[in-house]
Ligand binder design. Structure first.
Ligand code: FAD
Length: 466
C-alpha cells in the first residue's frame, strides 16, 4: 500500500485516484479549480452540450423535410444554454465527488506545488499552506489555451475556447483562428447558432493532424462550406485591431514571398491554435522534473518522470502523446499499475479520435499516408454514407467510410468515418483493429438493419470482394 498524492482532478487525475484507491493505496487528490478539469468544465462536456443544442437547431430548420409543420423560426437562448451546461456539469461533478467519498479519496482544495516524490505543498485560496507527505506523486495538471501575441485575448472580443463556452450571446460574426479539432467543432456550433463564421487555418487543410485522413479533412471542409462557413486555409493572421464594436483582422494568404493580404471585420475572434502546459508554480524546475523546450513534462515509457516516484499523465505530456480525455484515463491506469514497479509501458498504438463537427468524424488506426510511409502494402476501400438506408431516413447522407486494409493479411489497419454518429461508429472499428480482425471477420458479423453501423459491415464486405 502506498501513500499517493495526485495533483489535478481532470480525467487523468480522477481516473488515477479511483484506480489507485481500488488497488488499496491511500490517495489524496489536489485540485485548485473545479473538480473534473478541462474535460468536465471547459472541454469535452460543455462543447458536447452546446453541440447537442446545435444539432437540434439544425434539425429544426429542416423540419419541413421531416413532414413537421409549424414555425421553423427557432433560435438559441444562450442564457438557458449556459444554465443547461452548468446543470450537466454539476450533475457529473457530483458523481465524481460521490466516487471520491465512496473510495476514500481525500480531496484537498488548493494549488499543488511539487517539492519531491515525498512531499507536495498545497496553498489554499486563503493563503494557508498544507504539506502532504507520501510515497509517490502523480502530476495530472493538464493544459490551458495557447495565446498568440498577434491576437491577445481580452475575454470580450478576442476569446479563448473557455470564453466561448461562457458567451451570453451569439456574436453576429465570429472568426475562428485555428482549424484544428476545437476550432472546427466551435465553427459548426456557432454556425448552427446563427453566427456568420469564418475559419482561418495556417496549414493547407482543416484538421491538419497526422491521425486525420486528408480525404476526410476535405469532405469536412466541403460540408462546412455548404453550411455557410467561410474557410480560409493557408492563411496566417498577423494583427488584430479592436474598436467600434468590431475586430479588424489582418491576415495574409500564401508564402512569405508572395502573400495576398486579407482583411476581415468581425464582432468576435476565437483563438483555437493549441494548448500549453498548465505548470505555473508547480515547482517542476526545483524538483528536477525534466520538460521539453515547450514545457511539456517528459516521462519514460512507464510514465515516470526524471524524478523517481513522480509520474505524469494526461495533457501535461503534450501533443507528442495524445491530448484526449480517454488517453488521459488510459495513462492514469498505466501510471497506477507502475507505481514502484515498472511493469506496463503505456500503449499509444490505437487511440480513437472523436470529432464533433457536422458531420462528425471518428477515426482509429493508420491513415493511408501513414500506412504507406510504414511500407505496408495496403488497399483502401470506401463506402459513401448515402448508400445506407438509415442515413436517408435520417436525412443525413453526407459522409464517407474509408477502410485501410493490409493487402496481404486482410486485417484492418485503419478506419476513417465522416458522417452522422461517426464518433460512436468508430468504436466497432477500434475493437476490430484491437482484436486483429480481418475484413472477413467483420463481414461475417451480422449488423442490424437499418442502422448506420451497417456501413462498417458493408465496407468490409466490399473489401473482401475487392
Ligand atoms: P485537465 O482536464 O486539464 O485537468 C487538469 C486539472 O488540474 C484542472 O482541473 C486544473 O485546475 C488542475 N490543476 C492544474 N494545476 C494545478 C495545481 N498546481 N494544483 C492543483 N490543481 C491543478 N478530449 C476528448 O477526448 N474528447 C473531446 O470531445 C474533447 N473536447 C475538448 C474540447 C475543448 C474545448 C477542449 C479545450 C478540450 C477538449 N478535449 C477533448 C481534451 C480534453 O479536455 C483533455 O485532453 C483532458 O481534459 C485532459 O485531461 P487532464 O486530466 O490531463 O487535464
Amino acid at each position: 500500500m502506498k501513500k499517493l498524492t495526485i495533483i489535478g482532478s481532470g480525467p487523468a487525475g480522477y481516473t488515477a485516484a479511483f484506480a489507485a484507491a481500488r488497488a488499496g493505496h491511500a490517495v489524496t487528490l489536489v485540485e485548485s479549480e473545479a473538480i473534473g478539469g478541462t474535460c468536465l468544465n471547459s472541454g469535452c462536456i460543455p462543447t458536447k452540450t452546446f453541440k447537442s443544442s446545435a444539432d437540434i437547431l439544425d434539425k429544426f430548420r429542416h423540419m419541413g423535410e421531416f413532414a413537421i409543420t409549424g414555425s421553423s423560426q427557432a433560435a438559441i437562448d444562450m442564457a438557458r444554454l449556459l444554465e443547461r451546461k452548468t446543470s450537466v456539469i454539476r450533475l457529473l461533478a457530483q458523481g465524481l465527488e460521490k466516487s471520491c467519498a465512496h473510495l476514500n479519496v481525500a480531496v484537498v482544495r488548493g494549488r499543488g506545488h511539487l517539492v519531491s516524490a515525498r512531499q507536495v505543498l498545497v496553498t489554499a485560496r486563503d493563503g494557508s499552506v498544507q504539506p502532504l507527505d507520501g510515497d509517490a506523486v502523480i502530476l495530472a495538471v493538464g493544459s490551458r489555451p495557447m495565446e498568440l501575441s498577434a491576437l491577445p485575448t481580452d475575454r470580450c472580443r478576442i476569446l479563448t475556447s473557455d470564453d466561448a463556452l461562457n458567451l451570453d450571446h451569439v456574436p453576429a460574426s465570429i472568426c475562428i483562428v485555428g482549424g484544428g479539432v476545437i476550432g472546427c467543432e466551435m465553427a459548426c456550433i456557432f454556425r448552427a447558432f446563427g453566427a456568420e463564421v469564418t475559419v482561418i487555418e495556417g496549414q493547407n487543410r482543416l484538421l491538419p493532424l497526422p491521425a486525420i485522413d486528408e480525404e476526410i479533412s476535405k469532405l469536412l471542409q466541403r460540408e462546412m462550406k455548404k453550411a455557410g462557413i467561410r474557410v480560409e486555409t493557408g492563411v496566417t493572421v498577423s494583427r488584430a485591431e479592436v474598436g467600434d464594436g468590431i475586430v479588424r483582422l489582418h491576415a495574409a494568404a500564401g508564402s512569405a514571398r508572395a502573400s495576398v493580404p486579407l482583411k476581415l471585420e468581425v464582432e468576435s475572434v476565437l483563438v483555437t491554435v493549441g494548448r500549453v502546459p498548465d505548470t505555473t508554480g508547480l515547482g517542476l524546475d526545483t524538483a528536477g522534473v525534466a520538460c521539453d523546450p515547450r514545457g511539456w513534462v517528459q516521462t519514460d515509457a512507464f510514465l515516470e518522470t526524471s524524478v523517481p516516484g513522480v509520474y505524469a499523465i494526461g495533457d501535461i505530456l503534450g501533443p507528442e502523446k495524445i491530448m484526449l480525455a480517454h488517453m488521459a484515463a488510459v495513462e492514469a491506469e498505466c501510471a497506477v499499475a507502475n507505481l514502484g514497479q515498472q511493469s506496463v509501458p503505456c500503449d499509444y498504438s490505437l487511440v480513437p479520435s472523436a470529432i464533433f463537427t457536422t458531420p462528425e468524424i471518428g477515426c482509429v488506426g493508420l491513415t493511408e499516408v501513414q500506412a504507406l510511409a510504414l511500407g505496408r502494402n495496403v488497399r483502401c476501400v470506401r463506402l459513401h454514407v448515402r448508400e445506407l438506408g438509415k442515413a436517408h431516413a435520417m436525412g443525413e447522407i453526407a459522409g464517407l467510410f474509408k477502410l485501410i486494409v493490409d493487402a496481404e493479411s486482410e486485417t484492418i489497419l485503419g478506419a476513417h468515418i465522416c458522417g452522422p454518429h461517426a464518433t460512436d461508429l468508430v468504436a466497432e472499428a477500434a475493437l476490430a483493429i484491437h482484436m486483429g480482425a480481418s475484413v472477413e471477420d467483420v463481414a461475417r458479423t451480422i449488423h442490424a438493419h437499418p442502422t448506420l453501423a451497417e456501413g462498417f459491415g458493408d465496407l468490409c464486405r466490399i473489401a473482401r470482394l475487392a
